[in-house]
Every structure is written in C-alpha cells, then in structure tokens.
Design a protein around this ligand. Structure first.
Ligand code: ARG
Length: 438
C-alpha cells in the first residue's frame, strides 16, 4: 500500500518493497506520528488551510487509530512502506476523502524528523530517570558499607580507601552522564515540522504554533538542516556509549570482586546464574552481559556516524538506517541501567574480607613513609626505608603494624611509639584531605 505511484508505469519489485519497508521497526513511532499529525492539522485549520470541520474529522480519526493501536485492535503490521503510510492509509480508510488532506503542506521528510525528535526526547528523559534511580541505589549501598577496603592502581593494592568512596566514584560518573543527556535534550529541542521536503512550503503555515503544540522550544532555523540532520541521535548514542563504558567498568569490578580470588562481594541469587555442568558455580552473568552489551552501543555510534558522513543535503534514504541502531542502543541502555540498579540494591559487601585484604596489602606503607617525613626524613629516603621494612614484613609474614618498635628502629632511629597510632588504618582516613574518603 503506497502513498505514491502516479508517475510509475510498473509495480515495485517485491524484493525492493521489502528492502525499502521500515514499518517493522519504525512502528514504535506510532504515538509520535499521530501527535505530530494532530498538531499539524490543528495548525492547518488555524491558518485557514483546512476548515474546522475537516480538522475535527481528521483529529477524531487519528484519535481512533491511536486508541485502536493501544487496545490491540489495530496491529502495526501489513503491506505498508512505513509508519507514516500506515497511519495515513488507515485514516483515509476510516474517514474517507477528507483524510487525504492530512498531508497538505507536509512531507514524510519533516514528518519522520519530527517523530524521531519527539521520541528521542521522551526516551532521553527516561534514560535520565533510570540514571537517577541507579545513583540513589549507589548512595544507599555506599552509606551501608562505609568500610575499609584496598584501593588499587594497576590492579595492585595501593592505599586504603572505603567501599563507600570507591562506589561513589561511579555516582560521580553517572552525574556527569546525566548532564550530558540533559545537554543533548537541550540542543535537540527544536521542531522540524513545516520544513516539508527540504524547502518549506507555499502555504502560509505557522511553524511556531506546531513547535509549541508539540512541546519544542522553537522551530528549527534552517529547512534543509531540519529535515536532514541526525546529529541529536548521534549525540545521544555518544552519551549512551559513555554511560555503557562506565557501567562496563563497574561490571568488571563486580566480576572481579565476586570471584573467590577477591571475595569482596556477594551478588544476589536474583542476579546470578548457574552452570549446567559445574554444580558449585554461581556466575556474575548480569555484570558480564552489561560489559558485553557495551560493544553493540559503541557499534551503533560508529554505524550512524559512518552512515551520515557522506550524504549530501537534504534527506536521503540512507537516513532510515538511524532507527534500528538507535532503538537497539536505547533498549540496551535502559535494560542495563535497570539491571545494574537491581544488582547493586541486592549486593552484599564482605566487610571482613575487604579489611583482611587491606591488612595483607601493606596499605599503610605510604603513611609509614609520611611518618618518617614528619620526623624530618626526606620523602625519597623514607620511601626506601619503608620499602626495606615491607620486604622484611613479607619474610616474616606480618603487616607493618605488627612489627615491634625495636625491629623498626633497626631501619630508622626516628621511629617512636606514636608510629602505631599514625599508621592505624582508621586513623589514616581521618587525617587531612583523606577525611573525605569516609
Ligand atoms: N521511512 C523513512 C525514514 O525513516 C521515512 C521518510 C521517507 N521519506 C522519503 N522521502 N521517502 O527515513
């Protein structure tokens, strides 16, 4: 079923018809398509291009189509080129000739552009809500687990931190992620409706009216740009890629921490799976899937950047390729944010194990060096002295705080009894800037 054909002598090849059709994926724009059309006819009537009666007829028809779709009476399938043809053909079937007036002063080019912007904006807000939810979960997890744990560089135990401070690093990443999405919304918030195919229209229409009706800040300034840019989709995909990169790093840590080698956390049964052959196993599949799905979101970004890079202004059919990539990444990011929230809200931190790892890691070695510096030794010399003490401790199988003063004095006469207070893990956190770690 087509909305064109007057200038064709032969029917379209079936292969070509299938190749060209986008209904199977752009059907998820049905709501935005109908909203866009309703605003459009409202404006046409206001500008005297349609009568009030024609407008009412069309709007009622569109409302009926919407409720039939939402009540599963009308299935979004069939022999249609896209969601726009689907809605328009259904409208004409329902209300007759007057339905053919809907497309006055409009092209599918500005129609799809407005649908996609509305949809992208709505879904970007949903992403923000899910980021907020995850941020709340992280704050709670941090508050409940303000315990000592090793901080790492090069995946080697480095200095003492708290679990709270570690997990709150992700809170901060997510706060910036949220700002990036908010910024993308702010930039995309302009209406392309009324640009028509590429060059506007001979009718005296009111683009500001439709922009306002549809909740956009203003109409776009340039017609060619309005119908043919997809940078807002690329920008969102880039925001999503950064979010996935953050979620993937966190996933990697959860996978490591849940292994017997670290044994810092317990991922709840609700978010774990088993092995079909090894009965003892509990696998961190949720985290692994998030880490794995990061690839497809990066892929979408690369795909669309590449699709767009060589196409001349204005609309070209290449741009139909934007939707599957965007929808897939959107679904992926929403499910990953939800799964991460679920996994973190049920996570248990093994306080004793994180503390034991702190003790075994000589994580107060830097503080011990600072102690000597406070007593007048140059830092480089102190670094060497403590290095020798660590070697000695390793041979003895003891942490620094378990070495007695006499032994310590063999390395430097500057050591006094107060060293034990100074290198106590709790105390290391309450000094200077480090109080922020608590
Ligand atoms: N399905 C098309 C897309 O997603 C809609 C726009 C069609 N425009 C056109 N001139 N054929 O891009």
């Amino acid at each position: 079923m087509k909305l064109w054909g007057g200038r064709f002598k032969k029917a379209e090849n079936k292969l070509m018809e299938d190749f060209n059709s986008s209904l199977s994926f752009d059907r998820r724009l049905y709501y935005e398509d109908i909203q866009g059309s309703k605003a459009h006819v409202e404006m046409l009537a206001k500008c005297g291009i349609l009568t009030k009666e024609e407008k009412e007829n069309i709007r009622n028809g569109l409302d009926l189509i919407l409720s039939d779709i939402e009540n599963d009476v009308l299935q979004l399938e069939g022999d249609y080129e896209d969601i726009h043809s689907f809605v328009e053909t259904n409208l004409i079937e329902r209300i007759g000739q007057v339905g053919k007036k809907l497309h006055t002063s409009r092209s599918r080019n500005d129609q799809v552009a407005v649908d996609l912007r509305l949809y992208a904006k709505k879904k970007a807000f949903e992403v923000i809500e899910n980021i907020d939810e995850l941020k709340n979960v992280i704050v709670k997890l941090g508050e409940e687990n303000n315990f000592l744990m090793p901080g790492y560089t090069h995946l080697q135990r480095a200095q003492v931190v708290t679990f709270k401070h570690h997990i709150m690093a992700y809170y901060n990443m997510l706060s910036r992620d949220k700002k990036r999405v908010q910024n993308a919304i702010e930039i995309m918030d302009e209406s392309p409706l009324g640009c028509c195919a590429l060059a506007g229209t001979t009718y005296n229409i009111d683009r500001s009216f439709t922009a306002k009706e549809l909740g956009f800040k203003k109409p776009v300034d340039n017609f060619l740009d309005g119908v043919s840019d997809r940078d807002y989709i690329i920008e969102l995909l880039s925001c999503f890629s950064i979010i996935m990169m953050h979620l993937s790093r966190l996933s990697e840590e959860l996978i490591l921490w849940s292994s017997k080698e670290f044994d810092f956390i317990l991922i709840d049964d609700e978010f774990s799976t088993g092995s079909s052959i090894m009965p003892q196993k509990k696998n961190p599949d949720a985290a692994e899937l998030i880490r794995g799905k990061t690839g497809r979101v990066y892929g979408s970004l690369m795909s669309l950047l590449t699709t767009m890079k060589g196409i001349p202004l204005a609309y070209n059919k290449d741009m139909q390729e934007d939707k599957e990539q965007f929808f897939n990444s959107l679904d992926t990011i929403l499910s990953c944010l939800k799964i991460m929230s679920g996994m973190l809200s049920t996570l248990k931190v093994k306080k004793e194990n994180t503390f034991n790892a702190v003790k075994k890691g000589f994580l107060n070695a830097t503080e011990a060096a600072d102690y000597l510096v406070n007593k007048g030794m140059a830092f480089r010399d102190a670094h060497k002295v403590i290095g020798e003490i660590v070697l000695y401790c390793e041979e003895k199988g003891k942490p620094i705080e378990d070495i007695n003063l006499k032994e310590l004095k063999n390395f430097s006469q500057l050591f006094e009894d107060d060293v034990y207070q100074f290198i106590d893990y709790e105390n290391t956190l309450s000094r200077g800037i480090k109080t922020e770690l608590k």
